[in-house]
Structure formats: structure tokens, C-alpha cells
Design a protein around this ligand. Structure first.
Ligand code: SAH
Length: 479
């Protein structure tokens, strides 16, 4: 079985984004922990550590009642009726203390660190190597929450919500999952089928949290995946996935699901890092960006790579910016795959035009003003403005025109459009990196857009939108 533990973990934060604290889940069974202090706080931490299976040595000259009870009731808790000394910390994994002053806290942490332990001084975050977060306990399912001390009440409110989201019955579900895990692995199902099994298992848990799964459920779940298992074992496939214009939240659920089951992800330049974060962690990620005029793998090379990977039995996700079927050279890839007898699926995405229109809060169609929308590329095979564009259609005052790949040839395009009779005062907006956090807009008219874009020198992918429809939200067309 490979990498099963991480299959369903999705990174929801962009790679490299700052992380206030690292959430980790310690196995404490058999790992000695030390608690110094006799108050309620010390008792609570003792109980927590002992619940997680740690043998806990508590040093307290005057133990509170609760500590006395714990020591009497829990086999792992040993109460030493004296103050702690540095020697007591030897061999401890975790050392927790109550301290009366910062000075005492500092001394404790220094001794703990010298002994190789990580320290927590209760209610003195400045002297803590780690914090105890709030938690939702559905063991073996455990959710930990931390706000790094920034907003404890907020954290508690969130905890309350998670409590309702994860009913107590989930403990039994997670327990059964643990029991079944080895058996499912032993069936040696293909990755996708195994994943599907656990997805169905989770669905059932959410639908029926109060009733733990039975052997009959196990059989039903296996029946669901077995057909797929047979098919999946046969050969790999390629899924062309629309990555949307940039904002990862614009991915479809289908796209996320495909990314989560990919063995390999091939992606373009236009695909944002946040989108790639949704890929299965173990998936190999290959950058096949066609970077303008710089050397790149080239379309035939990409198609060949897709065929090679799918023929080798891989589930390949080919991530394309926007929608794969719009200026995405999808046909070449689909034909190459079909010619090789391989399965190909296409998952649509939000095309840049839709992303830009949404950002602008500007409808591309407008009753009476724009009854037609046309998407054109201003980038011919040789990089120049294609000569054979339908200039009459492009000069249609009743259409909204969205120009993809139009920055380099912008001035030539404007000249042609004016020559074809399009009114120079037609609203024209260039949207740079639509839906990315650093999106920029250049608001102008057909006559002024050329120099305005030259001045602004946009660096990202840009879309030019032209047409009377854009005059409607005139008040909104601010840069
Ligand atoms: N399949 C893509 C288009 C690929 S062609 C889609 O459906 O959107 C590449 C061109 O798309 C770029 O040169 C640019 O004109 C446009 N584009 C892609 N993403 C964009 C974005 N976030 N903002 C503005 N234009 C974008």
C-alpha cells in the first residue's frame, strides 16, 4: 500500500504561506512526560497527557485534590510530593509547568530544553515551545484548533461548529475505518478504487453518523467500487481539466476530485500555484508551460508525454488555464490520445472571459446593446495578428468582443477595427491577471486603449474586452 495516509489531505493554503504554528499529532504511548506544579492547570494537563497514553511524572509539593484523584485513578500518573528539579526532566518528551513568575518559567524552559524536552508553561505563552490547542475528540479522529493565542474565543466558537459537524458517532466510524484499513489494503485495489471506497465510506458516515458501519455496509461499499476497480486496472487515462483563470476557488468540484486522484499533473504557466495545491500530494507535477516565445516542450511533445503516461497506466490530469476547450489546443491532445486508443475526459473550467467579466461586474451581454459575444485570438500561428479575422463581425457595434492573447498585437488590432468602422469611443477594458490577487484593469476606449496599455506595461495574461455592453456599468469602470 502506498502513501495511503496522505491521500485525502488537501493543502488549503498556498505553498510557502506563513504558518503561525505547526499542527502535529504526537503519539505519546510510552513516552515519559513531566508536569511540574500542583494546581488545577497542572491537573488538567496531566489528564490530557495521560489520556494520550503517556506515563506522566507529576512533581508537586502541594497537589490539589484533582491531582490526588488522578494519581489514585490513572495507572500512568505518578505523583511525587516535592518540587521539581532539573534531574527530573531527563528523558522527558514533553515538560509542562505552572510557574509563578516569568523568571521561574524561563528557568523551567531552559532546564527542559537542556534535557531535550519541549516545554509548555501554563498561561505563559512567551515561554512555550508548543501550545495545547482546543480540540474535538472523536478518537481515533482528533481535530486540533489553534489561533496562536490571537483569538482564543474565536477558536472556541470554531470548535463548537466543528463539534456539530463531526458528531460523536464519528468516533465509532473512525474506529471501524481503522479496523478495516488493513483488509482493504490487502485487496490490492487500484488506487482510484481504493480512494473511491473511502470516499463512499465518508459519505455514509456523514449521512448516518449515529449508526456505526457493519459488515453489510462493507460489502455494499466494495460492490460499488469493484466495477470501477476492474476498469481502472485496465489502463490509465487523461483528464483535461479547466483550471479557471487564476483564483483556485473557481475550480469545479469535478476538477478538485480529478486532481485528488491524479498520479501525474501536467500544467501550464497560466495555472496558479493555489490550484496545484489541490493536487494529490504524491502526484508528480510537471510544468509544461508554453512560455510565450521562450523554449518550451512544444505541443507535440506534450501530447506525446500524455500518451506515454496514460499508456503506462497512470491517471493523468492535464491542467489548462481557463477552459480547456477555449484557445487551449485541446483538440491536438484529444486526437493524439484517441489515436493511441486511450481514454480522455474533459472537465470544463471558467474561461478568462467569464472570470474577467465577473471581476468587472460587467455583463458581456446586454439587452439591446450586445446580443452577441465573440471570443477571438489576436495571436496567429506566427505570433502576428491573424489576417483572416472576420473584421466586419469584429466591428459589429452590437457585439461584445473578448480578445485572448491580444497584448502584443494590440495596436495593429485597434487600427484594423477602426478601419473596419468600429466607433473609436467604444469602451475597451484590458484585464491583467483576471481573478488573481494582483489583478489590474486598464479602462479606456478603442481609441485610447493602445497608449494606455503601453504605459501600464502589464506583465500577466491579459484579456481585452470591447463593446457597448461595457458602457452600461459606467460608474463601475474604475481602474
Ligand atoms: N483556455 C484559456 C485561454 C488560453 S489562451 C481560457 O479559457 O481562459 C491564453 C490567454 O488567455 C492569455 O494570453 C490571456 O489572453 C487569456 N487569459 C488566461 N488567463 C487569464 C487571466 N487570468 N486574466 C486575463 N487573461 C487571461
Amino acid at each position: 500500500m502506498t502513501g495511503d495516509k496522505n491521500e485525502s489531505e488537501t493543502r488549503s493554503v498556498a505553498a510557502g504561506a506563513p504558518l503561525a504554528t505547526l499542527p502535529v499529532f504526537f503519539k505519546l504511548s510510552g513516552r515519559r512526560c513531566v508536569v511540574a506544579g500542583g494546581g488545577d492547570g497542572a491537573a488538567w494537563k496531566t489528564e490530557l497527557l495521560a489520556s494520550a497514553g503517556a506515563p506522566v511524572d507529576v512533581y508537586a509539593a502541594e497537589p490539589c485534590e484533582r491531582l490526588e484523584r488522578l494519581a489514585a485513578g490513572l495507572a500512568g500518573v505518578r505523583l511525587h510530593r516535592r518540587a521539581w528539579t532539573a534531574a527530573d526532566l531527563a528523558g522527558a518528551l514533553i515538560a509542562v509547568a505552572e510557574a509563578e513568575s516569568d523568571h521561574a518559567a524561563q528557568a523551567f524552559r531552559a532546564d527542559a530544553r537542556a534535557a531535550g524536552a519541549i516545554a509548555n508553561v501554563i498561561d505563559r505563552p512567551a515561554f512555550c515551545d508548543f501550545q495545547f490547542g482546543s480540540m474535538v475528540n472523536r478518537s481515533p479522529l482528533v481535530v486540533g484548533i489553534s489561533t496562536d493565542g490571537a483569538a482564543p474565543v474565536f477558536g472556541q466558537a470554531l470548535r463548537a461548529r466543528i463539534e456539530t459537524l463531526a458528531p460523536e458517532g464519528f468516533a465509532a466510524w473512525a474506529g471501524v475505518a481503522r479496523e478495516w484499513r488493513a483488509d482493504i489494503a490487502a485487496l490490492d485495489l487500484p488506487f482510484r478504487a481504493r480512494r473511491r471506497f473511502w470516499e463512499e465510506f465518508a459519505e455514509l458516515a456523514f449521512a448516518r453518523p449515529g449508526v456505526a458501519p457493519t459488515i453489510a455496509d462493507l460489502q455494499a461499499l466494495l460492490a460499488v467500487v469493484s466495477d470501477e476497480a476492474v476498469a481502472a486496472a485496465r489502463r490509465g487515462k487523461v483528464v483535461l481539466v479547466g483550471a479557471g483563470p487564476g483564483d483556485p476557488e473557481l475550480l469545479t468540484l469535478k476538477a478538485v476530485r480529478a486532481l485528488q486522484s491524479a498520479d501525474v499533473v501536467l500544467y501550464d504557466d497560466l495555472v496558479s500555484p493555489g490550484v496545484l495545491d489541490f493536487a494529490r500530494r504524491e502526484a508528480e507535477k510537471l510544468d509544461v508551460g508554453k512560455r510565450g516565445y521562450r523554449p518550451s516542450p512544444g505541443q507535440p511533445g506534450i501530447s506525446a508525454k500524455l500518451v506515454e503516461l496514460a499508456a503506462a497506466g497512470k491517471t493523468v490530469v492535464r491542467l489548462k488555464g481557463g477552459d480547456p476547450m477555449i484557445f487551449g489546443r485541446a483538440t491536438e491532445e484529444i486526437e493524439a490520445l484517441q489515436a493511441a486508443g486511450l481514454d480522455v475526459e474533459v472537465i470544463p473550467g471558467v474561461t478568462a472571459a467569464s472570470g474577467a467579466a465577473a471581476s468587472l461586474r460587467a455583463s458581456l451581454t446586454e439587452r439591446d446593446l450586445a446580443r452577441r459575444v465573440q471570443y477571438v485570438t489576436a495571436h496567429g500561428r506566427d505570433g502576428a495578428l491573424p489576417e483572416d479575422l472576420d473584421w466586419r463581425a469584429l466591428a459589429d457595434p452590437g457585439a461584445t468582443t473578448v480578445v485572448y492573447m491580444g497584448v502584443r498585437t494590440l495596436s495593429a488590432l485597434v487600427d484594423k477595427l477602426q478601419a473596419a468602422g468600429l466607433d473609436p469611443t467604444t469602451p475597451a477594458i484590458l484585464v491583467d491577471r483576471a481573478t488573481w490577487p494582483d489583478e489590474r484593469r486598464i479602462v479606456a476606449t478603442l481609441a485610447t486603449i493602445g497608449p494606455a496599455v503601453e504605459r501600464a506595461a502589464p506583465a500577466g495574461p491579459c484579456l481585452l474586452i470591447l463593446g457597448a455592453a461595457l458602457s452600461r456599468p459606467a460608474g463601475r469602470l474604475q481602474d
